[in-house]
Every structure is written in structure tokens, then in C-alpha cells.
Design a binder for this molecule. Structure first.
Ligand SMILES: [Zn+2]
Length: 264
């Protein structure tokens, strides 16, 4: 995991982004070395004076922030810093920070989309306050051995919705760990085997794995926003899945940028 002290200087950040974007660290025209300076927004070739702009044709091309601040923001997001802490580090407003966090989330590359198999813990969770009416139901499944995770918003907890989710994300011969809800009664027909634990009398067994996901997610959302923002919940679920399924994306800003800047 990168700490803020490891973030390179402005010129170095520009060079990293240029290299990740084009796949090479030299002038695209003549192959000579490029020069980057702290105070100049572009880099140039020492040999033929060709100018390069690292931000051009990237997803943050319109941003006015310095390259180093973008690196800092990515590191803060990866290490799950709260907006208050990020404001103290970067001096940016809460709105700007929220906008960048949303950008990082939306640019997470999709993972392989493989189905879960083996022993899989499945559960639903309710997000949002009951008092304000509409709550959002999230269905989650985690493969116990590999900690691979699938999360999705479902319209209700009827048998049909649950079976649709299982068919989409869990292979048929898997062993499911569920609660005692009657919505799971038909899963044996679909080819799954099943162990049910009665959560209301305190029996959790291996379904602890998925219960831990819910509590960690809710705690983190409260730390970030002070509430559960159901409006952007699917984007947040995608981030949480990526944290489980593609942990390398969250190791350093370079890793994240490498996956999101497609070489051209
Ligand atoms: Zn050149």
C-alpha cells in the first residue's frame, strides 16, 4: 500500500502518466528523452521540441488539479480516507473530493465476471432508513475460499429475484450458506445444495463471512457520507466488489492508473 509520503514529485507524476498512457517513456516522434518540469503543464522532447500533454485523452483531461494532487486523491481513495482527512491533506472542498471519489469509482475496469463456485455464503441486506420509506435491498454472495464477492441491488426478496441473482452469479453445483428465509426453498431444484442457519436465534455459522461484508460496508459509508447514499449505491457496490476481486487496483495509484489509462 502506498502512503502519502511515497507520492512522487509533480514532474515525476507527469512522466508516470505519460508512460502509462502511451506505453513508452520517450518522444513519440523521434524516440529521444522527454523533459518534464514542475511548473510547465506540458513535457517536451529535447531533440525535436515535440510537445506532449500527459492529461490529454485521459478521463481526467479537463481537470485543473495538479498531477500530484490527483495522485494524492487516488491514494486517499484507495486507503479509504474520509473527506475530512482528504480536505486536510489536499485543501480541496468536500464537493470536489466527492466528485473525484465518484470518478474513481466509475472508472474501475470490470473484472472477469467469473461465476462463484464451491462454498458460497449468500445474504440480503437493507440499506437506507426505514423511517423515510423506501429502502434498497442488496443481495450479496461471497466465495468462502477465495473471498470473491458479488453484490447487486435487487427489487425485492421474493424467490424469483433471489433465483435470478443466483443464476447470474453462482454456478449450479455450488453449496450455499443462507439464512432460513423461505425464498431459498426452491434452490435445491436449481441444482444447488444448501445449509440454512437461523440468524434470528443467533446461529450464523459460515454466513458470518457475508455479515462481515455488510457491517464493514455500512461503517465505511457512514464514515464517508454520514449516511447511506442509496442514490449512488450501485457504484459504491462496484467499488466494494473491486476491493475484494481486484485488490491490486488498490495497492498504488500507478496500479489504478495503469488499469484505467488505456495505451493509445
Ligand atoms: Zn522528439
Amino acid at each position: 500500500m502506498t502512503s502519502l509520503a511515497d507520492i512522487p514529485n509533480e514532474a515525476r507524476c507527469k512522466r508516470i502518466i505519460q508512460t502509462l498512457k502511451t506505453g513508452k517513456d520517450c518522444c513519440p516522434r523521434c524516440g529521444a528523452r522527454l523533459v518534464f518540469k514542475h511548473s510547465v503543464t506540458y513535457g517536451w522532447c529535447k531533440h525535436c521540441c515535440f510537445k506532449v500533454r500527459p492529461k490529454a485523452i485521459t478521463w481526467f483531461r479537463n481537470s485543473k488539479l495538479s498531477y500530484r494532487t490527483i495522485f494524492k486523491l487516488i491514494t486517499c481513495w484507495q486507503t479509504r480516507q474520509s473527506p475530512g482527512a482528504v480536505r486536510a491533506i489536499t485543501g480541496l472542498s468536500y464537493t470536489t473530493i466527492a466528485r473525484w471519489y465518484a470518478k474513481f469509482r466509475n472508472h474501475i475496469p470490470p473484472d472477469g465476471g467469473e461465476l462463484l463456485s464451491g462454498v458460497v455464503a449468500v445474504d440480503e441486506a437493507w440499506f437506507g432508513k426505514k423511517r423515510y420509506g423506501k429502502q434498497t435491498i442488496v443481495m450479496g454472495a461471497i466465495e468462502i475460499d477465495t473471498r470473491k464477492l458479488r453484490l447487486k441491488i435487487i427489487p425485492d426478496t421474493e424467490q424469483d429475484s433471489i433465483e435470478l441473482f443466483l443464476e447470474a452469479w453462482v454456478t449450479r453445483d455450488s453449496h450455499l450458506i443462507t439464512d432460513c428465509s423461505s425464498s431459498y426453498n426452491g434452490v435445491e431444484w436449481l441444482g444447488y445444495s444448501r445449509d440454512a442457519y437461523n440468524h434470528s436465534i443467533g446461529h450464523f455459522g459460515q454466513s458470518n463471512h457475508i455479515e462481515c461484508i455488510w457491517s464493514a460496508m455500512k461503517r465505511h459509508l457512514r464514515k464517508l457520507y454520514g449516511c447511506i447514499p442509496t442514490k449512488y449505491l450501485q457504484a459504491f457496490l462496484n467499488e466494494w466488489m473491486a476491493r475484494h476481486n481486484q485488490p491490486s487496483l488498490f495497492k498504488s495509484p500507478q496500479n489504478y492508473l495503469k488499469a484505467t489509462l488505456v495505451p493509445c
